[in-house]
Write a protein that binds this ligand. Structure first.
Ligand code: PAF
Length: 292
């Protein structure tokens, strides 16, 4: 039976009691509007732990764009049904007042990791994510926490956060879950019009093609090739395509600058911002990833 909490103290004391009798706790933090990607994280967390804790909280301080926050899908009743389907044990769903009774002034320094891509283009975003995730870890005191690789830079930031704060939690990365046509699952997909939804798989198709070209083209050529694919597509507005090292997420100029090079993309379709990534090239594989 799913137990729903909105108060911090009640949540922590309930989970603490379970931990005191030896139960292991797996945690999946979310902002709701749950989809199969989330459910995959939850099924894995449920398999690997005795207790599955999920949080739903649309965290206002990680949105640098007011309209993105206002239009973020909120479908609580539907989410509860999905949580019951995956046999979640505990839902923590606090109000904004409960989470932030006072403004939080904390400023994290994630170094170069926080200054590229999402860090550069969404000022304050990762600081807001780090503040809420740090708080959620304190409240839900999990043994393991599960994060999707779609938000690959967020995952790297969370790993760094755990190191900075010495938090005793294992971060478990989980592969991107895709729709049958390749579109990366995201709560924001629900806001695409029918036409946009039909066209959106072009993003992953382009990434797959880029993966096949990696190594044959230079980094610069491949970046230009991807950018050119979007030039005459009026439904798509490419915000960035970057090729970076998979560990420190710094942009590279040559394939041999990274053990594994990844492509990171953000595209707008109307007012919906879509993010995706792909492994492009591994210097230690005999051929590139696309041809394996
Ligand atoms: O990935 C998300 O949904 C959010 O950034 C997270 C980790 C739940 C923090 O609000």
């Amino acid at each position: 039976m799913l137990k729903i909490f909105s108060k911090i103290s009640e949540t922590t004391s309930f989970i603490k009691q379970l931990k005191d009798v030896g139960k292991t706790v797996g945690f999946v933090p979310t902002m709701g509007a749950l989809h199969q990607g989330h459910l995959q994280l939850m099924r894995r967390a449920k398999l690997e732990n005795d207790i599955l804790v999920v949080s739903i909280f649309v965290n206002p301080i990680q949105f640098n764009n007011k309209s993105d926050l206002e239009t973020y899908p909120r479908v609580f009743e539907k989410d509860i049904k999905l949580l019951e389907e995956v046999n979640a044990d505990i839902l923590f769903s606090p109000s904004e007042q409960e989470m932030y009774p006072e403004p939080v002034n904390k400023e994290y320094d994630f170094g170069a990791l926080g200054n590229v891509m999402e860090g550069a283009n969404r000022p304050g975003h990762f600081n807001g994510v780090a503040i809420v995730v740090s708080k959620l870890f304190d409240i839900c005191i999990p043994h393991k926490a599960y994060f999707g690789e779609k938000d690959f830079q967020q995952l790297a930031i969370i790993n760094k956060l755990v190191k900075i704060e010495n938090t005793n939690v294992e971060i478990v990365p989980c592969e991107i879950v895709r729709e049958h046509d390749g579109l990366a699952m995201s709560s924001r997909n629900a806001r695409l019009s029918e036409n946009q939804r039909q066209l959106a798989p072009f993003i992953y198709e382009t990434l797959k093609k880029a993966q096949n070209f990696a190594g044959d083209k230079s980094v610069e050529q491949l970046k230009n090739w991807v950018k050119n694919q979007f030039i005459d597509k009026k439904e798509f507005d490419l915000e960035y395509f970057e090729i970076c090292d998979s560990i420190d997420l710094q942009p590279i100029n040559h394939w041999n600058q990274a053990e594994t090079a990844m492509g990171f993309i953000v595209v707008h379709m109307g007012n919906v911002r879509l993010i995706d990534n792909i492994r492009l090239f591994n210097n230690f594989a005999s051929s590139n990833i696309g041809n394996k």
